[in-house]
Design a binder for this molecule. Sequence first.
Ligand SMILES: NC(=O)c1ccc[n+]([C@@H]2O[C@H](COP(=O)([O-])OP(=O)(O)OC[C@H]3O[C@@H](n4cnc5c(N)ncnc54)[C@H](OP(=O)(O)O)[C@@H]3O)[C@@H](O)[C@H]2O)c1
Length: 328
Amino acid sequence: MKYEKLGNSDLTVSKICMGCMGFGDATRGQHSWTLDEIHSYEIIKRGLELGINFFDTAIAYQGGTSEEYLGHALKKLVKREDVVIATKFLPRTDMEIEQKISGQKHIETMIDQSLKNLQMDYIDLYIYHMWDYKTPLYDILEGLNNVVKKGKARYIGISNCFAWQLAKAQSLCEKEGFATFVSVQGHYNLLFREEEREMIPYCKEEQIGLTPYSALAGGRLSKKLGEDSKRLREDTYAKFKYDATEIQDREIIKRVQELAEKKGVSMTEIALAWLFTKVTSPIVGATKPHHIEGAVNAINITLTKEEITYLEELYVPHKLVGVMAQNH
Ligand SMILES: NC(=O)c1ccc[n+]([C@@H]2O[C@H](COP(=O)([O-])OP(=O)(O)OC[C@H]3O[C@@H](n4cnc5c(N)ncnc54)[C@H](OP(=O)(O)O)[C@@H]3O)[C@@H](O)[C@H]2O)c1
């Protein structure tokens, strides 16, 4: 495994972050394809054995059970200080707004619940999951600063935002002396490269870490065209994100397959090796222990300039999808 500093924080993270959205009670959330506690444990254990120290979850994943499964497993397997845990909070609900619960109070309640789910007393990276248009930005930033000051979170990160939103938030944090964001978790992979226009150059300029999600496009970059899986069949949210551009994306998937065959490696390795040339630590999901082994193997692959161009040249701009399509 290789490790790198996350942005300008003191966190040292593995070059692969284990995505935990696929762990959790399948009856309690958005996804029907998630793994139960025993199977989640096996993947977490294998990841640790391979040197992964960076884990990404969220209070939103399967009603908090992803956080619970991760917390139980890590408690059995590793010392708390040897892992870097990222989790995310959601916007205020309409009920909270009606009850006049402030953004600051909302964040405190959310982090307390996540800490309980994880059975931990601090979170390394606390992430603003999606832009909350109904709560003043100042309240969010002060709420985040409060949890950092209290030692409940070591650093803060942000996900699903535009570069202008992050720049605005950072300058307000700097003006107020609040904790600033050390990393961005955006949707970025060979099939969806909208982050390249504004966010990636901004983060490079400001030394903000990049930990993109859906590094394998929900499995599409790991599988030959026509290959099937429970997740590909049941993950309607991801289908909604990728179906509209399926025909043009197919040609990129074919190039990933072609390069994988030429180099005698898996498609996963090619897709991640490309991401390593752009970001700090891609977040990779796994539903089987061998998935995480495949992801870790990618660390040893180096792509030539020509191979990178070959993978990139067919891309055409895509409409925003998923959470970012609702960021307005
Ligand atoms: N901030 C956000 O809004 C947000 C949104 C989405 C995700 N995330 C985070 O990002 C993480 C990853 O997202 P994701 O699950 O969409 O990403 P992904 O890494 O693009 O896809 C994971 C899927 O790829 C397949 N796969 C992985 N390794 C493989 C291998 N070696 N060989 C063959 N197939 C392999 C598996 O598909 P099959 O199961 O089909 O075999 C697995 O379920 C999540 O767990 C979560 O932590 C964050």
